[in-house]
Ligand binder design. Structure first.
Ligand code: PMV
Length: 326
């Protein structure tokens, strides 16, 4: 039996605009997904949590399995465990895909290959999102920590790799970087979950249709890109007030793009007075919001008073990890 795990992520700046090549920043969170693989001796087909594997129900898993099959082609039993809520903007499917790559690399007796895990998972996400997916979720889940995507190679960040893909008939290129962020003592990130599932593919399609029907709205994506650049620089300078300000500005543009929801707005309004900055995170239409705060308990309480589920997440969580079984 082998086991691997990978973290979820939250997007501090740039969701949706990043699909069209604008800069963005995400960080890994404390919640993780884990995958256990065991050779299937009883049945002659793959199983998942005790049931026959159905590729239509699990397109990410099918894609990765088909690209990283066990050398002896023996069916496997996949067990999925984890604490990342589904369809909530926290990258549960990306974490699942990355963890599966890590587990399959072990089954194949291959050394851990983060680049392969990040790339294959990105392709699996793109397939599930109608061809529109940035590599942000999957790269953050694979590498962990803070991941910056940019339209150019940033000299003062640690460059990881360049990824490209065709989105809406246009070739997009993302340069992936990481950096060591020093978060001042007492500053925390609180995640608030509306409990409403949002569909990434539906929200990404909604933005694609909006800019197709009204091409001038592309300016909003560029505005998000400019805010993201400023926010990333503020984080690197340790200026958390400016980071919070940029997060709140980013949210206003996302709201005008139509990807927020009444539930998200309610939690954001509740968290704002005790926070440096608040925004939705991920695809939207439900899912989660985040608050950068120096009063985490107060912020958690305010979100919960409005019916959200809230928790404080750590920064700099490790990416893909092989879990050693005893
Ligand atoms: O909601 P999530 O965790 O699937 O994040 C989606 C982020 C988007 O920018 C909306 C899409 C993408 O592929 O980057």
């Amino acid at each position: 039996m082998v086991k691997a795990s990978a973290p979820g992520k939250c997007i501090l700046f740039g969701e949706h605009a990043v699909v069209y090549g604008q800069p963005a920043l995400a960080c890994s969170i404390s919640q993780r997904m884990s995958i256990e693989l065991e050779r299937e001796d009883t049945f002659d087909s793959w199983r998942i949590d005790g049931r026959t594997f159905n590729g239509k129900k699990h397109p990410h898993i099918k894609y990765i399995r088909d690209h990283l099959p066990p050398h002896d082609e023996q069916p496997l039993h996949i067990r999925i465990r984890g604490t990342i809520p589904k369809a909530s903007g926290l990258g549960s499917s990306a974490a699942l895909s990355v963890a599966l790559c890590g587990a399959l690399q072990q089954i194949r007796d291959e050394p851990q290959n983060l680049q392969q895990a990040s790339e294959l998972s990105h392709q699996a996400e793109a397939q599930a999102q109608g061809g529109r997916a940035s590599p942000m979720d999957t790269a953050t889940s694979a590498y962990g920590g803070f991941v910056v995507l940019s339209d150019s190679i940033e000299e003062d960040l640690d460059f990881i790799e360049t990824r490209s893909m065709e989105v809406n008939g246009e070739r997009q290129e993302w340069h992936l970087h990481t950096f060591e962020a020093t978060i001042p003592e007492g500053t925390a990130l609180v995640i608030g979950n509306t409990g409403v599932h949002g569909s990434t593919s539906a929200m990404v399609l909604q933005v694609a249709e909006l800019i197709q029907n009204e091409p001038t709205r592309k300016v909003e994506l560029e505005t998000i890109g400019a805010i993201a650049r400023r926010g990333i620089q503020a984080l690197r300078n340790g200026d958390m007030k400016a980071v919070g300000q940029a997060m709140s500005e980013n949210h206003i543009v996302l709201r005008s793009l139509g990807v927020s929801s009444p539930d998200l707005e309610r939690l954001i309004r509740a968290a704002a007075p005790s926070s440096l900055g608040v925004k939705m995170t991920g695809a939207g239409g439900g899912g989660c919001m985040i608050a950068l705060t120096e009063n985490p308990e107060e912020t958690v309480g305010a979100i919960e008073m409005q019916g959200g589920r809230a928790f404080i997440t750590a920064f700099n969580e490790p990416g893909l990890q092989i879990e050693h079984l005893t």
